[in-house]
Design a protein around this ligand. Sequence first.
Ligand SMILES: Cc1cc2nc3c(=O)[nH]c(=O)nc-3n(C[C@H](O)[C@H](O)[C@H](O)COP(=O)(O)O)c2cc1C
Length: 211
Amino acid sequence: MPIRADRPTPAAGTALPAAMPNEHALDLIARRKSTPAKMLTDPGPSREEITALLRLAMRAPDHRKLEPWRFIVVLGDGRHRLGEVFAAVRTRREPAASPQSIEEDRQRPMRAPVMVAVVSSPVEDPRGTPQWEQELSAGAVCQNLMLACFAAGWAASWITEWPAYDRDVATAIGLSPSERISGFILIGTAREDPVERDRPDPAAKITWWED
Ligand SMILES: Cc1cc2nc3c(=O)[nH]c(=O)nc-3n(C[C@H](O)[C@H](O)[C@H](O)COP(=O)(O)O)c2cc1C
């Protein structure tokens, strides 16, 4: 079920339900699973479908509506351009790196048909909204995007790897000094379905304060 490019989201002011019981939505969260990068292949969503997915992703909690995130969507030959950036930065940082490992960096963006860089763009808010909250909002955007991909029929993976933490990569792809990569979301089609992994035990994670 591909996502319709013009799939609407409610306009501001639209009355919305405070809760929306939906067994399928619960099942979707329960069964969502990343597909490792090496298991992704063509096809991927079109530019229009990606826009629709990002419209859903942007419906993330965001204290004071600062919209402290943006996206760089890398697809088609844009992936080669990004691969050249990774390879050039790696070569500069590590001149002794083997040609094979430089080539691996060059090929990183080619592992999926679409790679979305979710950029955390915190602002200096005179009202004092902490940067931490703005970064958390970017993380929520990433997870919304993962869920939207899954529900729209696309396999996806949220990765960072070294390029997400490299300031030269950041500069080369147009990030300002205050911006960071929250994640590269790889989107495509799974070569084969993933298998569930161990999940946390609620009893080990929850502290109850009841009286
Ligand atoms: C911020 C962040 C960065 C991640 N970076 C990587 C990464 O670079 N490489 C990787 O294999 N997994 C990375 N992961 C883990 C995968 O995205 C994923 O969470 C894990 O494979 C389990 O996925 P699942 O919950 O869908 O089963 C990262 C996860 C997060 C939240």
